[in-house]
Ligand binder design. Sequence first.
Ligand SMILES: Nc1ncnc2c1ncn2[C@@H]1O[C@H](COP(=O)(O)OP(=O)(O)OP(=O)(O)O)[C@@H](O)[C@H]1O
Ligand SMILES: [Mg+2]
Length: 272
Amino acid sequence: MLAKIIVCGKGGSGKSTVTALLARYLAVNGRSVCAIDADEGSFSLHRMINLPSPERTLVEELGGREAIAKGFSSGMSLEKIKDPRFSRGLHVRDLPCTCVSCRDNLYLVSIGKIREPKEGCSCVMTDLARQFISMLYMGNWTYLIDTSSPMEHVARSLYEACDEFLVVLDPTMESLELAVKMRELSVKLNKRIYLILNKVSERTKTHMTDRLKANDLEPAAVIPYFPALEEASMKGEPLPLQKTVIHPLMNLVDVLFDRFQLESAFMTSTIK
Ligand SMILES: Nc1ncnc2c1ncn2[C@@H]1O[C@H](COP(=O)(O)OP(=O)(O)OP(=O)(O)O)[C@@H](O)[C@H]1O
Ligand SMILES: [Mg+2]
């Protein structure tokens, strides 16, 4: 099953939430999952998926942004952490343990973070993310890439490295406009996108689906506003994986994966 999945959307639409829910759900159902934090300005994904933050980002592991930029121009960068004994792609287990955090079959890698106010542009990180994702070993792994906004730039840069494209839409005009733009981009690049309506009430869901329909678009999943998700985020706790929360993503999981290959015990249980 193809599975380098990029999750994008406008700021605050729920990209990290969707990434974390899918990552945790797939992992507890037996898939090997790696969440890739490609948002240089956010520090919460690790908490959402209940893993410690990796000790170092990939950028830090590779000696910082300037060293990486030089590495790119001399054709070297990630190659130096890829084990030359393996001709296959880069495996997250090949990475130095300082830049991976994991529990069981759920892994987390962070591309880079802007920790100081004047750390400059994030192009190096985006380039590194693209190179890293392209090199990743597939096997039956699932990679979920949480991105930053503004999404269009990131989307364009990472699109080619990814198989599937999830666009998270909150109930705003800006998200509707982005959905239309993303469709144009997907046609141009000949890739599919899946729209996920998020944080909707019955009323905003109707409005958003009608507006999408008027543009020949249809959501692949609709996630209601769940106070439990907001509360977990407020308290810095792992996202709750109750059936009610995960259920809206099931159709999408069906489309992206063969859900029946996953162990089915989950649907009757609640996991913290
Ligand atoms: N379905 C939902 N119901 C309730 N709250 C939600 C839902 N989805 C996301 N949220 C809340 O919305 C806020 C933003 O979510 P999240 O951090 O996932 O967005 P994001 O798109 O990753 O933001 P950023 O652009 O800052 O990275 C968080 O407080 C989160 O808990
Ligand atoms: Mg985020």
